[in-house]
Design a protein around this ligand. Sequence first.
Ligand SMILES: Nc1ncnc2c1ncn2[C@@H]1O[C@H](COP(=O)(O)OP(=O)(O)OP(=O)(O)O)[C@@H](O)[C@H]1O
Ligand SMILES: [Mg+2]
Length: 319
Amino acid sequence: MAGEYLLQVEGLKKYFNLGKGRILHAVDDVSFAVRPGETLGLVGESGCGKTTVGRTLLKLYKPDGGRIIYRDEDVTHVPARRQRELCCKMQMIYQDPYASLNPFMTIGEIVSEGLEINKIGKDRAERQMMTYDLLEMVGLTKEHANRFPHEFSGGQRQRAGIARALAVNPEFVVCDEAISALDVSVQAQIINMLLDLREKMNLTYLFIAHDLSVVRYISQRVAVMYLGKIVEIGSAAEVYAHPAHPYTQGLLNAVPVADPEFEKSKQYKAMTGEVSSPINCKPGCRFASRCPRATEKCRTEDPLMKQVGPDHFVACHHL
Ligand SMILES: Nc1ncnc2c1ncn2[C@@H]1O[C@H](COP(=O)(O)OP(=O)(O)OP(=O)(O)O)[C@@H](O)[C@H]1O
Ligand SMILES: [Mg+2]
């Protein structure tokens, strides 16, 4: 149905050529769709390709295959001018705000840079007012505008990074581990702020995190990634209540709970075995080397996505 989705990703691929015939399959045939106003959580272990998905969607990497459809427009390959417009619509919040904020610019300059480049606001004075408004929106004040990133706490820096991303009035925001580097108490504040901003600014998020516990409170839908592929995707309610892929079950099992009885009663097996290499991948399920259910078929044949519930899809031969 036209207009049902803000973003549709079909068979997206991003490979890195490491030289000497070694090709790293960072994102390998990834498909998902996000409705306006919704948050899709994207989880998986370090190196599974989450950031590469985000960066490829924003064209910071050139896609090697598949299609990216934004508001019913195929934006996979568009002229530079259209791409610049799209850059305002699609923004990213980074894991490490310290590394992503220029240390030689004040917070005010960092936040207003996007306004200037995109000629938002009629003059300098108006852009300054807009910058102050943005700082206030993320819980900072206009007094912060003249300070440098190193004068800020981690949480304040992340707020500044969020203000910078929101300055150009985006519709779709990739939050790449936006809270992972922060203290737990600060994490909750930032998550709540992101939830508020989602309402206020009609934002749609792709919310990237390592583990399922973090995305639980913010996502309506969840996608679980393993070595370049999505292995399970569905409504958060379904995926948390009935995780069907052995990897998702393993991830949920890994979330510690402060209750020894519950810890003992955990129903899913812990993950063992070696992680396969994402370089020059052969056919077959990439999780097979760690999977308690793996059979010969898993080692030779790629599992296809199967529907297991109303909004719940899983790629596994042994459901
Ligand atoms: N620019 C690059 N050149 C070569 N390889 C890359 C590049 N960027 C990422 N990779 C590789 O692609 C794979 C996916 O990396 P990516 O950063 O997307 O993972 P991630 O899921 O975001 O991990 P993390 O949770 O640690 O942030 C990894 O094997 C990584 O080493
Ligand atoms: Mg990453």
